[in-house]
Design a binder for this molecule. Structure first.
Ligand SMILES: NC(=O)c1ccc[n+]([C@@H]2O[C@H](COP(=O)([O-])OP(=O)(O)OC[C@H]3O[C@@H](n4cnc5c(N)ncnc54)[C@H](O)[C@@H]3O)[C@@H](O)[C@H]2O)c1
Length: 280
């Protein structure tokens, strides 16, 4: 029988569905074996839609029954996911990066237990260069996010400061602060800021700027970084996910790319390795 990476999906919403679509294409040696969602009807719907041979179970069972865990639920799920991954010795991919911001200590605990917590690049390019540059040190990392004004509607910062987005007629810098402040002010933007902080100089030192730009219809993320290596500037112009207008397509694709890598590594190295990690 063909070997496959056995995956637990924690969160059965849009990204979970994108992952199922990718696996169904048959080029990733992985299968979903367990599903968990705080709203069980979401897990049931996903199972039915993709005709998955997967068990719907609680968080602990879902994780213990798998080889690899994908968290694509919400920040509130992250602590429990990482703790159970440590307990059952499973590597995992975390999509809800604001949960990472709140659980930096758990990341260290996972690392010292030799559990890999994968952080996807999400909706931004250039993190490979930022990570490499960190080997010699960076002194400046700035993320500039540009969105159409209405895409920022409802953000706590906009509401608290009574900003009238409909009055913005030219590109306007709405917010400047570090990644921790940005996460509170614009939580919908948190994933990109945390990914950049994680691969770079950390959330306290990473500067975030939010620009409301009525001349654009897309979400653009720019990185500017300076350090011993020189400087870099990347620009990522995102289209929305085909099935979820609120999410960048590249974010789902980054989860799929991470899964492909994990599954191929598992098949190529772990399956036949004499010191293969023991299961549950
Ligand atoms: N890293 C990135 O670049 C990136 C990009 C987009 C989205 N995300 C994050 O990925 C996550 C999933 O995104 P989505 O678009 O699929 O969301 P979604 O709302 O479509 O789906 C989330 C699913 O998780 C379930 N859920 C929520 N909290 C849960 C919990 N504590 N335990 C179990 N299930 C829970 C919900 O019921 C829902 O079915 C979100 O946290 C989002 O912020 C990350």
């Amino acid at each position: 029988m063909e070997s496959k990476l056995r995956v637990a999906l924690i969160g059965c919403g849009n990204i979970g569905a994108d992952i199922c679509i990718a696996i169904q294409k048959g080029t990733i040696p992985a299968e979903i074996v367990s599903l968990h969602d705080i709203d069980e009807s979401k897990a049931t719907l996903l199972k039915k839609t993709f005709k998955l041979d997967a068990e719907i179970c609680n968080l602990e069972e879902a994780i213990s029954n798998s080889d690899f865990v994908i968290e694509c639920a919400s920040a509130s799920a992250v602590e429990g996911v990482i703790k159970n991954c440590i307990k059952y010795r499973k590597d995992c991919l975390i999509m809800s990066l604001s949960g990472i911001l709140e659980n930096y200590d758990l990341l260290q605990e996972a690392r010292s237990n030799h559990i890999r917590i994968k952080i996807p690049s999400g909706a931004i390019c250039g993190l490979d260069g930022v990570r490499s540059a960190m080997e010699a040190g960076l002194h400046t990392v700035i993320l500039t996010t540009r969105k159409p004004p209405q895409a920022l509607a409802g953000a706590p910062y906009v509401l608290e400061n009574n900003i009238d987005l409909s009055n913005i007629t030219e590109p306007t810098l709405l917010f400047e602060g570090n990644a921790i402040e940005a996460a509170k002010a614009f939580p919908a933007n948190v994933n990109v800021a945390v990914a950049l902080s994680y691969y770079g100089i950390g959330p306290k030192e990473t500067k975030v700027r939010i620009v409301a730009d009525p001349r654009t219809s897309q979400n653009t993320h720019e990185i500017y970084a300076e350090g011993a290596f020189g400087s870099l500037h990347t620009v990522t112009v995102n289209l929305p996910s085909p099935r979820n207008i609120k999410s960048s397509y590249l974010a789902s694709l980054s989860a799929i790319a991470e899964l492909r890598q994990m599954a191929e590594d598992y098949i190529n190295y772990c399956m036949y390795c004499p010191i293969k990690r023991s299961g549950n």
